[in-house]
Design a protein around this ligand. Structure first.
Ligand code: UD1
Length: 422
């Protein structure tokens, strides 16, 4: 089994280049099923969630390959096996994003209920409700979501919550539906806009992505294209907060600063000095961060995916921090593991109150979800002594060459042990 060893209390210094966004990659890959022509995606991160999407698409019978580093070429012929089997669906939540494109282009789908990180209940009722409104018959059989349609038709859909996945699924399905679809209370995340931009390049008529009303006028067919995936704003945020945990002077490159606006404001409140360039962010931080109050919210609010990392940083905050989770019902599973560093945290499932301490001490810890993994790494960077982190397969789901990037910033981070099956 592999472990990541981190010796803490060494400041980070230097430059780090952000990879392509995981959450874009796993939405844009299924979109390639909407055409029989070649779609090439650039800046695709080499992470295990992308690997699982690859595997699912291969099993469906699509032609998919890495053209070169970062570039994935996908061609979905007129026939595919429209099935996402349980063994693969359980690996990642994004497997639900095959429903929309499979229904739209092939008229049927059989997708096992998706898995993903253990961060509380993650229903997909909004996806199913919306697809039904577009004219699909959907039922559940033997753990599989079964879906069929004689042809989707445009409809006005209101989402009870601006779900990222539901917005993406419905947007993809609507591109080939007859007539106009309007999605109200749509998610505004940059990854939704990235998907819309790909679909538009493929010939879809999509307007309003990035606002809460998206209009899609169905077309008869879509064509191939080439598209570069946006940078990963969560990875960028992780490095910035990491430098707050142990102090440092870093430049995060290949980032879109507008995508991390809420994060930058909170970093400043915590005492960071920032210099924001066109596609880079320079952060310098000395001493302990100031305690802050944060609510996670859908974009453009503070991202829930950085909440665990923030809890880790604020264990060393000067004062008491209050972090309120508003996107997921129960996303404080990382708190118990973080307490092993000596963190003083109280949480009731929705809110965490963190009393900062001047010193944390290294401990053996185990990640059981992706962002918890990142939080443990960040806590370790700020803790005295050598931390041993297990459960690296979760970190590899979403961070490309994480330990190499940290080591390049001067972190004393290294992997020991034999490669475990991810
Ligand atoms: C996406 C991101 C994930 C991020 C999350 C919120 C991907 C691959 N993952 O996940 O990293 O943490 O957005 O920013 O893009 N909900 C329902 N019914 C549904 C769908 C969602 O009740 O049918 C609820 C969820 O339980 C959750 C909230 O809506 O409380 C947000 O979920 P959603 O935006 O759908 O997240 P994902 O698309 O799964």
């Amino acid at each position: 089994m592999q472990k990541l060893l981190i010796e803490g209390e060494h400041p980070l210094e230097g430059k780090v280049v952000v990879s392509g966004a995981k959450n874009s990659a796993v939405a844009l890959m299924p979109a390639a099923l909407l055409t029989d022509q070649k779609v090439v995606l650039e800046n695709v991160p080499d992470i295990s969630d992308v690997g699982w999407m690859f595997e699912i698409m291969k099993q469906m019978g699509t032609s998919i390959r890495w053209q070169r580093r970062g570039a994935v070429e996908i061609k979905a012929g007129s026939r595919v096996i429209p099935v996402v089997p349980h063994e693969l669906a359980k690996r990642l939540r994004a497997s639900s994003l095959f429903l929309g494109p499979l229904l739209a282009r092939y008229g049927k789908a059989r997708v096992s209920f998706p898995g993903g990180c253990e961060i509380g209940s993650r229903p997909i009722d909004l996806h199913m409700k919306g697809l039904r409104e577009l004219g699909a018959k959907i039922w559940v059989e033997h753990g599989y979501i079964m879906a069929e349609t004689e042809g989707l038709r445009g409809e006005e859909i209101y989402l009870d919550f601006p779900s990222v996945g539901a917005t993406e699924n419905l947007m993809m399905a609507a591109t080939l539906a007859r007539g106009m679809t309007i999605i109200y209370n749509a998610a505004k995340e940059p990854e939704v806009v990235d998907l819309a931009n790909l679909l538009i390049m493929m010939g879809a008529k999509v307007k309003g992505a990035g606002t809460d009303v998206i209009r899609i006028e169905g077309v008869d067919s879509l064509s191939g294209t080439q598209h570069t995936i946006i940078p990963d704003r969560i990875e960028a945020g992780t490095f910035l907060w990491a430098a707050m945990a142990c102090g440092g002077d870093i430049v995060v490159e290949d980032v879109i600063p507008k995508h991390v606006e809420a994060v930058l404001r909170k970093l400043e409140e915590a005492g960071a000095k920032l210099h924001v360039g066109g596609d880079s962010i320079h952060l310098s931080a000395k001493g302990r961060p100031r305690a802050i109050q944060v609510k996670t919210l859908p974009y453009p609010g503070f991202p829930t995916d950085l909440q665990p990392v923030l809890v880790a940083v604020m264990m060393k905050g000067e004062g008491t921090s209050i972090i309120n989770e508003r996107v997921f019902d129960n996303r404080f599973g990382h708190v118990d593991e973080l307490k092993r560093f000596g963190g003083l945290i109280k949480s009731d499932g929705r809110t965490a109150v963190i009393t900062g301490r001047p010193r944390l001490s290294a401990a053996p810890v185990t990640a059981s979800d992706l962002r918890m993994g990142a939080a443990l790494v960040v806590a370790a960077l700020g803790a005295e002594g050598v931390t041993e982190i297990e459960g690296l397969q979760y970190i590899y789901r979403g961070y490309e060459r994480f330990e190499q990037k940290l080591a390049a910033l001067g972190a004393k981070a290294r992997i020991v042990g034999i490669d475990a099956a991810v």
